[in-house]
Design a protein around this ligand. Structure first.
Ligand SMILES: CC/C=C\C/C=C\C/C=C\C/C=C\C/C=C\C/C=C\CCC(=O)SCCNC(=O)CCNC(=O)[C@H](O)C(C)(C)COP(=O)(O)OP(=O)(O)OC[C@H]1O[C@@H](n2cnc3c(N)ncnc32)[C@H](O)[C@@H]1OP(=O)(O)O
Ligand SMILES: CCCCCCCCCCCCCCCCCC(=O)OC[C@@H](O)COP(=O)(O)O
Length: 377
C-alpha cells in the first residue's frame, strides 16, 4: 500500500471530510432557508441561487468520488446524442443495484453541467436526512410515499411545477422502486410471472405508474428519456465507505437517448413499453457480464475541477476555526469542556454514520420484499 493510499484510509482524514461536509451542509441549508422570502419576489432568481447552493453540497460527494477515490467513469453512447447531454431536459431511467449508483449519476451530472439542478423521484423518508434531504426541499425534488393512491396527485403536481424551471435538469427515476436484493428479486419475479411477463435476471420488475405519470407530466418540458445502465468493472460493488477509504473503481454507464414523443401516451401501452425497456436493459447487463463491456463506442467525459475547488473552499473556511477551537480547548485545560467537546464530536460522527447508513442496502427498506396476493387475471 502506497503512502497516499495509507493516508486515505486513516480515520482522521474521514473525520475531516465528514466534518467539512456536515458543517458546510448545515450552513448551506441555512442559506437556502434565507432564500424563502425571495421566492415570493423573484421565484426564478431564488431557484437559480438554490441550484448553486445545492451544487456546493452535492459536489462535495462528487469530489470524494472523482478526486479522493479517483474513480473513473466511461460512457457508452451514440456520438450523435452526446452533444445534447446537458443541453436539454431529460428523464433518466437507471438500474438500482449499487449503493453508490446515485453518486455515479451525480458524477455524470457534474460532467455535463447539470449537477445543481438534477432531480429525482425520491422516497419521502430521504427528505428527513439532514443536509441532503433538507437541500432537496429547495431544489424541488419530487418525493413519493410509494403508495400510489397518495402519490398520484402530489407527484403529478410536483412535476407540473417544473414546467418553467430556469435551468436544464435531468430527472432521475429508479423504476425498480427499491434496491435489488435476492429476496426482492424473487418476489418481483413472482409478480412478473403472475402478469405473464418474461423474467428479468438482473433487475426487479419495474413499477410503471411513476414512469407513466412522469412522462405525461413532463411532455413539452423534457425532450428525451435517457435509458441508462450502470455497472462497475470486475464485478465490484462499491460502498460509500469504500469511497471514503479512497478505493478506486471504474464505472461503466450505457446510455441510449429515446425521444419522448416515441413513448406511448396511453397508460397501459406506456407500461408495456417500460416492461420491454427493462427486458432490453437485462440483455445489456447480460452482454456486460459476458464481455465486460456494453455495445457501441465509448467516451470518457473528463472530470472538472469545480467540485474540488468547492471542497477546498469550504475546507479552508471551516478547518481554520476548528483548528483554533481545538487549540483553545487544549490550552484551557478544563476537563469538563474537553469532555463536552468530545461528546459533541462523537454525536456529529454518529450522525454522519447514520447518514451513510441511508445508502446501505443492508439497512434498506422492506418495500417489495413481501409476498403479495397475486391476481392472475
Ligand atoms: C448522459 C448521462 C446519463 C445519465 C446519468 C445518470 C443519472 C443522473 C441523473 C440524475 C441524478 C439525480 C439525482 C440523484 C441523487 C440521489 C438519488 C437518491 C435516491 C432516491 C431514490 C429513491 O428514493 S428510489 C424510491 C422512490 N422512487 C420510486 O419508487 C420510483 C418508482 N416507483 C413508482 O414509480 C411507483 O409506481 C410509485 C412510487 C409511483 C407508486 O408506488 P406503489 O408501491 O404504490 O407502486 P405501484 O402502484 O406501482 O405498485 C403496485 C403495482 O406493482 C405491482 N407489484 C406488486 N409488488 C411488486 C413487486 N414486488 N415488484 C414489482 N411490481 C410489484 C402490483 O401488481 C401493481 O401492479 P399494477 O399492474 O396494478 O400497476
Ligand atoms: C464528501 C463526502 C462526505 C461523505 C460523508 C457524508 C455522507 C452523507 C451521505 C448522505 C446520503 C444521503 C442521500 C442518500 C441517497 C440514497 C439513495 C438511495 O439509494 O436511496 C435508496 C432508495 O432509492 C430506495 O431505498 P430502499 O427501498 O432500497 O431502502
Amino acid at each position: 500500500m502506497g503512502v497516499l493510499q495509507l493516508l486515505k484510509s486513516q480515520f482522521v482524514c474521514h473525520l475531516v471530510i465528514c466534518y467539512v461536509f456536515l458543517f458546510s451542509g448545515l450552513v448551506i441549508n441555512l442559506l437556502q432557508l434565507c432564500t424563502l422570502p425571495l421566492w415570493l419576489v423573484d421565484k426564478q432568481l431564488a431557484r437559480r441561487i438554490n441550484v448553486r447552493l445545492g451544487y456546493c453540497i452535492s459536489s462535495q460527494m462528487v469530489a470524494a468520488l472523482e478526486w479522493w477515490s479517483g474513480t473513473e467513469c466511461t460512457l457508452y453512447t451514440d456520438p450523435k446524442s452526446f452533444p445534447l447531454y446537458g443541453n436539454e431536459n431529460a428523464i433518466v431511467v437507471l438500474n438500482h443495484s449499487f449503493e453508490i449508483d446515485f453518486l455515479c449519476g451525480w458524477t455524470f451530472c457534474e460532467r455535463f453541467g447539470v449537477l445543481g439542478s438534477s432531480k429525482v423521484l425520491a422516497k419521502k423518508e430521504l427528505s428527513y436526512v439532514p443536509v441532503i434531504g433538507w437541500m432537496w426541499y429547495f431544489l424541488e425534488i419530487v418525493f413519493c410515499k410509494r403508495k400510489w393512491e397518495e402519490d398520484r396527485r402530489t407527484v403529478a403536481q410536483s412535476l407540473q411545477n417544473l414546467h418553467d424551471y430556469p435551468e436544464n435538469f435531468w430527472f432521475l427515476l429508479y423504476c425498480e422502486g427499491t434496491r435489488l436484493t435476492p429476496k426482492k428479486h424473487q418476489v418481483s419475479m413472482q409478480v412478473a410471472e403472475s402478469k405473464g411477463l418474461p423474467k428479468l435476471k438482473y433487475h426487479l420488475l419495474p413499477r410503471t405508474k411513476g414512469f407513466w405519470v412522469t412522462v405525461q407530466n413532463l411532455r413539452g418540458t423534457a425532450a428525451a428519456v435517457y435509458d441508462s445502465t450502470l455497472n462497475f468493472r470486475n464485478n465490484e460493488t462499491p460502498t460509500l465507505l469504500d469511497i471514503l477509504n479512497g478505493k478506486k473503481y471504474h464505472a461503466d454507464l450505457y446510455v441510449r437517448r429515446i425521444p419522448l414523443e416515441s413513448i406511448p401516451e396511453d397508460e397501459a401501452e406506456c407500461a408495456a413499453w417500460l416492461h420491454k425497456l427493462y427486458q432490453e436493459k437485462d440483455s445489456f447487463q447480460e452482454h456486460y457480464t459476458q464481455t465486460g463491456r456494453y455495445p457501441g463506442p465509448t467516451v470518457s467525459p473528463p472530470r472538472r475541477p469545480w467540485s474540488l475547488i468547492n471542497w477546498l473552499f469550504w475546507a479552508c473556511l471551516l478547518l481554520y476555526p476548528l483548528g483554533l477551537l481545538v487549540a483553545q480547548l487544549i490550552s484551557s485545560g478544563s476537563i469538563l469542556t474537553i469532555l463536552a467537546s468530545v461528546a459533541l464530536c462523537s454525536a456529529a460522527s454518529l450522525g454522519v454514520r447514520w447518514m451513510i447508513g441511508q445508502t446501505e442496502i443492508g439497512r434498506g427498506s422492506s418495500y417489495g420484499d413481501k409476498e403479495v396476493p397475486l391476481n392472475n387475471n
